[in-house]
Write a protein that binds this ligand. Sequence first.
Ligand code: BES
Ligand code: ZN
Length: 593
Amino acid sequence: MSRVDPHSYYDDSQPRTRRWQLELRVDFAKQVLDGRVTLELEQPSGGVLDLDSKGLTIHEVRTQNGAAVPFEMGEEAEILGRRLRLQLPAGTAAVSLKYTTAPDATALQWLSPAQTDGKRHPFLFSQCQAIHARTMVPCQDTPLVRVNYRAEVTIPETLAAVMSAGPAGVRPGPTPGTHTFLFEMPQPIPPYLLALAVGDLDSRDLSPRSRVWAEPGVVSAAAWEFAEIESMIVKAEGLFGPYEWERYDMLVLPPSFPYGGMENPRMTFLTPTLLAGDRSLVDVLAHELAHSWTGNLVTNATAEHFWLNEGATVWAERRIREALHGVDDAILGWTIGQNALDESMKRFGVDSPLTKLRTELTGVDPDDVFSTVPYEKGARFLTLVERTVGRAAFDRFMRDYMARYRFTSITTEEFIDFLDEKLPGTTAKVNAKRWLYEPGMPPDAPVFRSPALDALVQLGAAWGKGTRPTPEQIKSWNPSEMLVYLQNLPRELDAAACDWLDSKLALSGRGNYEILVEWLTIAAGSDYEPAFARIREVLMRVGRMKYLRPLYMALGKHERTRKLARDIFAAASPTYHSLSRRVVQGILDKYTA
Ligand code: BES
Ligand code: ZN
């Protein structure tokens, strides 16, 4: 017997699940899911079956024949939750577990009407990656065990449900005032890709295979912002092979969604902060779409191989961006990524084991060590291989890789073996071991530069010498260039400088959250009072961790802004997702006085 994923009680000598049948009732009053999951096994088996569970109350467990299955809940472990050990009678083909989730299930955020755009209906969404599926369903919660699923979800009549699955109809619910949405997910997925959202939802078709869902007041803006999606899918298919999931639909969530996007198959979840009004933030959409190949089709075996998901996806995202908007635009993406990578390396320290691509995470919560390292270091490693073997050979390799490992979950070592098989000698040439198993950035990391970009970086760096951009320069910048310029300014400026920036670059009124938050981070770190109201507005509304982190950190620099941060957090924290709340609490705990 052996456990093979440090974040799961899954034992690879036990029977594997191959399909889930979910029957869930969404109870907004109690903030729980109540119902049943039937786990179908790969083959009829008997004996011990260990499942992951966290916060779940298990009411009864039965086999397909209705025989009661003895079960035992282990001790609560801080990260893993509780092992749920079933004793299966011989010949068990499926077990059915009747259960209820906890109101504080970390996979779920229950929003009050006030937290929605429409202000009239509650909203529920899930976020299972990396190890939260076990707070929603008792299961083998490891990417090593892929399942397909069917679901029947009963919700209030006034609302609609979407899942990471194909819609399979709606029927009247078992009690008055409810209806039941049916879903079928035929492709096998790792449990972290289970997803559900319930709310007052409307949709717009963007292409024959793509549609965007959002609250009624948001859906038109979303349809405009993401209108490029079909051309992205076409480009991606050209690069990585056929799109295997039939439909590509998207859901724009309320602003408390803690990520920019989540690649839930057939239903990417997106933050509304992408709705800049000028399509300038669609790189996040390209990223989530790219996961349809890298991550969802070929999946990391465990969170220790997360770079396989995210590094390959960032590489793919930039290739899509290059194909659609040209090489200079892609270079801007690499540059912004480099700044984020430098920041993560500084936060961890370049000697930290957390800056290795292949990580060791026994006893470590994946949420606690989330950073851009697997993303940007991983993508640079792949680009180094691309530059070493040439683009044509590397593109062929990536297509072969997708085809070879489709619908499986693999380790770093399997990837490297495949690279050695297809492109012999390459891993030695690029010193793959250094990239994968050692911390920090290797000296031969690819650089992404252009003369225009160098000029922009220098202009920012010359701020202290009094150099300012001319109105013509400012007018000529696209949003990514504006962001790069801001990223190269000092982190602390005097009030006159802040006045100048805000008025000349019209920063506080920006719809592009990347630019807005970069500016507000400078303003916060500069103790610049005229921006406090806008900072408060953003922190009260938005729960995306990428924005909360730098803002709350910058507010920690001055006594007055520390007080502001604590005031805002006291008011906002009940509306934050539990992940976001934890991140911000951690930052505030490190404030001095
Ligand atoms: N899969 C991730 C989000 C995630 C990672 C959730 C780990 C939970 C645990 C998603 O694809 C992602 O990377 N989102 C980024 C987008 C960006 C890199 C373009 C985000 O949310 O900012
Ligand atoms: Zn990603």
